[in-house]
Design a protein around this ligand. Structure first.
Ligand code: NDP
Length: 302
C-alpha cells in the first residue's frame, strides 16, 4: 500500500502519493501578491482596488464573497463590497457595473455568480470592462485565452495550472484529460493545458467510455459537478489528479463537501491529488488576488 505525503516543499518522494495542499500554496500566492502590492503602492501611491458585487443572499455565495474580501485585505488590496437585494433588476446591476468600470480607484470588478433568475449572467459579464474583468469571463478575455494571449485568466483553471506546475514542473508532452466543458472551468482549463503543450482531451456528459479515456492520462482535471464520480480504475498509476468539484452530500445525517473524485479510492493510485476541501478552492481565491494586481498594473502602465 502506498503511503501519503503532504506537498509543501516542492519535494516529491518516489513511492508516495502527494497531497497537493491548496491552502498552503494559496497562502504563498497571497503573500507573493502582498509583496508586489507593496511595490505597486510605493510606485503609484494607492492600493489596487477590487470591487465585489453580490446580489441576493445565497449562503454559498456569501461565504465565497466573505473569503474573497478577507484574502484581498491580506494581499494588501483595497476591497469594496456591494450587496444588492435579491430582486435587483438588470438595469440597476448594469448601472453599478458601469459606475465601477469608470471608477479609477477600482481595477477589478467581480460579480459573484450565480445570479438570481431575473438577471442574465452573459449580459452582465459583457458589461464589465474587459480590462477590469478579474474573473476572465468577458468574451474578449475568452478570445484572448483561446488565441494563447490571455492576461486575465479564469481563476479556477489558473489555480489548477499553478498546482500542476508546482508538482510536475514542465507540462510539455503530458496527456491531459479535462472532465467537463463549462465556460468557467472546463474550456479555459483545456486552453491553458494546450498552451502548456499538453495533448488535451475534453470529455463531457455525452462522451462514450470516459473511464478508458481517463485511464491513459498523465493528468486528470475533474470538473463535472458529480460527487465522487472518478474511481481508481479511471486513473493511471502515478497520474496527477486535480479535483475541482465541490458537491454537498448527506453523510450519516450530516452535510459534507466532496469532490468529483472518490478521494479514498483514488489517492492510493494517484501520484499526486488535490483534496476537497482544501485543494482547488483556496487557489481560486488566491488567483483572484493575482488577477487584480495584474489588472491594476496593466491599467496604470497604459
Ligand atoms: P457545469 O455544471 O457548468 O459543467 C459541468 C460539466 O461537466 C459539463 O460540461 C457537463 O457536460 C460535464 N458533466 C456533467 N456530468 C458528467 C458526467 N457524468 N460525465 C462527464 N461529464 C459530465 O459546472 P462547472 O464547470 O461550473 O463546475 C464543475 C464543478 O466544479 C462543480 O462541482 C462546481 O461546484 C465546481 N467548481 C469549483 C470551483 C472551485 O473554486 N473549486 C469553482 C467553480 C466550480 P455537458 O456539457 O455535456 O452537460
Amino acid at each position: 500500500m502506498l503511503g501519503c505525503a503532504i506537498y509543501n516543499s516542492g519535494e516529491i518522494s518516489d513511492n508516495m502519493a502527494v497531497i497537493i495542499d491548496g491552502k498552503q500554496l494559496s497562502a504563498q500566492v497571497v503573500q507573493e501578491v502582498a509583496v508586489e502590492t507593496r511595490a505597486f503602492v510605493e510606485e503609484f501611491g494607492f492600493q489596487p482596488g477590487l470591487a465585489v458585487v453580490l446580489v441576493g443572499e445565497d449562503p454559498a455565495s456569501q461565504v465565497y464573497v466573505r473569503n474573497k474580501v478577507k484574502r484581498a485585505t491580506e494581499a494588501g488590496l483595497h476591497s469594496i463590497e456591494y450587496k444588492l437585494p435579491v430582486h435587483t433588476d438588470q438595469v440597476t446591476l448594469n448601472a453599478l457595473v458601469d459606475k465601477l468600470n469608470n471608477d479609477p480607484k477600482v481595477h477589478g470588478v467581480l460579480v459573484q455568480l450565480p445570479l438570481p433568475k431575473q438577471l442574465n449572467e452573459e449580459d452582465i459579464i459583457a458589461v464589465i470592462n474587459p480590462e477590469k474583468d478579474v474573473d476572465g469571463f468577458h468574451p474578449i478575455n475568452v478570445g484572448r485565452l483561446s488565441s494563447g494571449q490571455g492576461m486575465l485568466i479564469p481563476c479556477t483553471p489558473l489555480g489548477c495550472l499553478m498546482m500542476l506546475e508546482r508538482v510536475l514542473g514542465n507540462l510539455s508532452g503530458k496527456n491531459a484529460v479535462v472532465i467537463g466543458r463549462s465556460n468557467i472551468v472546463g474550456k479555459p482549463m483545456a486552453a491553458l493545458l494546450l498552451k502548456a503543450n499538453c495533448t488535451v482531451t475534453i470529455v463531457h456528459s455525452r462522451t462514450q467510455n470516459i473511464e478508458a479515456i481517463c485511464s491513459g492520462a498523465d493528468i486528470v482535471v475533474a470538473a463535472a459537478g458529480q460527487p465522487q464520480m472518478v474511481k481508481s480504475s479511471w486513473i493511471k498509476p502515478g497520474a496527477t489528479v486535480i479535483d475541482v468539484g465541490i458537491n454537498a452530500v448527506e453523510c450519516d445525517g450530516k452535510r459534507k463537501l466532496v469532490g468529483d473524485v472518490d478521494y479514498t479510492d483514488v489517492e492510493p493510485v494517484a501520484g499526486a491529488i488535490t483534496p476537497v476541501p482544501g485543494g482547488v478552492g483556496p487557489m481560486t481565491i488566491a488567483c483572484l488576488m493575482k488577477n487584480t494586481l495584474i489588472a491594476a498594473r496593466a491599467q496604470m502602465n497604459k
